[in-house]
Design a protein around this ligand. Sequence first.
Ligand SMILES: [Fe+2]
Length: 383
Amino acid sequence: MSLCAVEQDWVGLPLDTGWQMETIMRVADIPDPVHTEAAWRGDRLMTGEDWVYTLDDRQVAELEALGTRFLADDPDLRFVQAADYPLDAAADAVRSWRRDVDFGRGFVLVRGLKSHLYSDALSAAIYYVLGLHMGDPIRQNEMGDLLDHVYATSDKTMDDPTALSSKVRDKLVYHSDSSDIVALMCLRGAKQGGLSCLVSGAEIYNEILRRRPDLAGLLLEPFHWDWRRQDHNAPADTYTSPVVSVEEGVFSMYAGSLYILTAQEYPGVPKLSDDQIEVLRLFDEITYEPGMAIEMDFRPGDIQWLSNYAALHARTAFDDWPEPQRKRHLLRLWLSSHTDRPVVPGFGKNGVVQHRAQSRDGASEHPDARFSIREMSVPRLIS
Ligand SMILES: [Fe+2]
């Protein structure tokens, strides 16, 4: 809703009460609806395949050659640079993916790599090279892993506070990760289920603005988020961040009400107001409405590049194959983008992002730290 529209809406009404003035201020402070490519509905996207980029034979051959050289060189994942593995045939493609992810609809699915014919190590090497060209990989856990695995090693469900979302078969509710870009490469799909679901943050926001403009502004104010459940070694129980940032005209979202609600259990965290609870409830209701999300079935070799600022992601529960070598297996990269996207101070979980060359807090590396692509292409046995 624009400021002009708000003023017009209120023309002719008496302005003699504090409540009305407060309401005008609150509504007037709310940014306009988002009309960029980042505001999309899943049912409309699903009518076409604009969001799928299919690699051609030359590009695949180049990436296979680069991956093979990467495996032979076995560089230290902490220090290797994109310039060491330059792209030619795939250079324009990577540029277009970065534009789509950072400034477009917020994601792209890249198809065409033949992971079913490669060793997992070769798939991981190709993926890491592409990751270097898309951004800068960051550390994903206390062991400093720059490449992590989505691979179920546990039967825990997500109501268990010790469950790690990437190591269980349970469904995951919509959320954002802790990086600028999150990428998943499929090595093998599930026996059944395990769909990857995305929903546009801007479209959710537009719907909230349309239905409850009086509450939308609350999303721009800080919430307390559960840090402990996301990272068992977190330095504090919670951190604060708004759900929506609008800075220099750029809309960004950081969401997932689960960790706002569980943060309420810690002493000292201010209780959510009725309006905050209502806007979070509405947020979730809209998120799960039919037609909002896009659901995609990963095929081996598919890579999904996703901006955490643009779309939320979720996963359906899945059944796995019994053999370890057939289980659903995705490789995950978290990337720091080089775009310097303008966001309000303290937005998201920026404080925990780790530079890839440095161990956490400058301490010595974890005894289990591994920085060779061949070693990192095998999942750790943790639950
Ligand atoms: Fe995630």
